[in-house]
Each structure stands twice: as structure tokens, then as C-alpha cells.
Write a protein that binds this ligand. Structure first.
Ligand SMILES: [Zn+2]
Length: 103
């Protein structure tokens, strides 16, 4: 599947898979600051094939540069949700609205 092969053109969340050795708990891979990561819960919008789901995830955010750092488990869960959206497997998800695109 194409999502299993990250490259430089993909969003930063997927590029983190290129450098798992940088995902140490205390060092920001973006700015290099030590002890700047703080774990927070927040809602992320996951898009798959034109469908979108709001998903609560835990993320480490750098207090110096604001970079969000996702651990590999969270990235896997978000990618799994993206695949679900593409496959139309939406059981257990609550529909909260309808998406539109401006012309
Ligand atoms: Zn940083």
C-alpha cells in the first residue's frame, strides 16, 4: 500500500517514520531542544479518500517550536483510520456532519 512507503513529499506526521531514532522522549527532532516535549491530548482530523474523522490522540508538542511529535503507535492508529475511511468501514464512528468543497 502506498502509505507504507513514506517520502519527503508526505506530511510531517508520516515522515517521522523515516527517523524513528529521533523520536526520543525528551529531544525535539525539529529544533533539537532538550526537555521541551510536553504530552497533550488533542483532536486530529484524519482524511482518507475524501472522508474525514476527528480522532482524539496523544501527542508530544515542543514547547519551544510547537512541533507535534507522534509516537509510532499513534501514527499507526492514524494510518489505520485513514485506511478505514478509504475502505468505507465506518462502523463505530459517529457521523457529525457533511463535508463540502467550494468551487
Ligand atoms: Zn522544537
Amino acid at each position: 500500500m502506498a502509505n507504507d512507503v513514506p517520502n519527503r513529499n508526505q506530511p510531517k506526521i508520516l515522515r517521522a517514520l523515516d527517523a524513528p531514532h529521533l523520536l526520543t522522549p525528551k529531544r525535539c527532532p525539529n529544533c533539537g531542544f532538550e526537555d521541551s516535549l510536553r504530552r497533550v491530548e488533542r483532536d486530529e482530523l484524519i482524511e482518507g479518500c475524501g472522508n474525514v474523522v476527528k480522532m482524539r490522540v496523544q501527542v508530544d508538542v515542543c514547547s519551544h517550536c510547537g512541533e507535534p511529535i507522534y509516537d509510532l503507535r499513534t501514527i499507526g492508529e492514524m494510518q489505520a483510520m485513514e485506511r478505514r475511511l478509504c475502505s468505507g468501514e465506518t462502523s463505530g464512528l459517529i457521523q457529525t456532519g457533511v463535508a463540502y468543497r467550494a468551487q
